[in-house]
Design a protein around this ligand. Structure first.
Ligand code: DX5
Ligand code: ZN
Length: 221
């Protein structure tokens, strides 16, 4: 299956929000990625429920919620989560992870777990039946515009093999952080399925998002 694109909404020029959403629709992106940061789990604050609801009124593209918050299970109800959306929580942030994933599934969304660069893939062995995606953080989460942690490319390939060997090949692998043109191709080769496109590729000042998204698609074909 061809790679899917999930543009990072924290990287959009907010002055041109609606225009940017239209360009992403035109480019046929599969998801919109929302980075939600609480100032505790990561040292930054970003998008909240009001902003996300505003985008919801603009488009029917499925949403990809990336919750970089402590105790994400307590915040799920503040978001307008719809059937088919991806909801990602961090393995490092949810104590009763299996229950949290069940909660997400009960909302009709696609349960997903993110792993920081330092967290090994085997940390998910016991919840493999409860998730539909794994998000491999290819930078330490918190900020756009960081440099790739090189070992994460190997980690993607390791996860792919582990999914295959364990009979979980249907689980999709998403990658997030410094997904540049070059890195996107390497991540694709290692087995990634969904790519978060941010400042490293499609969100560049005064450049045409639609053309950059088309170029991005060719890197992950
Ligand atoms: C990192 C964020 C990413 C980031 C990706 O914490 O989750 O979504 O915006 O964009 P770049 O390409 O700037 O790394
Ligand atoms: Zn993200």
């Amino acid at each position: 299956m061809a790679g899917k694109i999930s543009p990072s909404m924290m990287c959009v020029d907010f002055r041109r929000l609606e225009e940017s959403v239209r360009a992403m629709e035109q480019a046929g992106v599969e998801y919109l990625h929302f980075d939600i940061m609480d100032g505790h789990f990561v040292p930054n604050f970003t998008l909240g429920p009001d902003f996300i609801s505003c985008v919801r009124e603009m488009t029917n593209i499925p949403f990809d919620y990336h919750l970089m918050v402590e105790r994400p299970e307590l915040l799920l109800s503040v978001f307008d989560i719809r059937k088919g959306d991806i909801v990602t929580v961090h393995q490092e942030a949810s104590i009763h992870l299996q229950r949290t994933l069940q909660q997400i599934r009960d909302m009709g969304a696609r349960p997903s777990v993110a792993l920081n660069p330092a967290t090994p893939v085997y940390a998910l062995d016991e919840v493999m039946d409860d998730l539909e995606l794994v998000l491999i953080m290819t930078v330490n989460p918190g900020f756009a515009g960081q440099k790739l942690v090189p070992s994460t490319i190997r980690k993607i390939a390791g996860l792919k093999e582990r999914l295959r060997a364990g009979g979980h090949s249907h689980v999709e692998i998403e990658v997030d952080g410094n997904v540049s043109w070059d890195n996107a191709a390497k991540m694709r080769h290692a087995g990634a399925d969904i790519f978060v496109a941010g400042t490293s590729s499609v969100f560049r000042k005064d450049e045409d998002i639609q053309a950059l998204l088309a170029k991005f698609r060719s890197c992950i074909a």
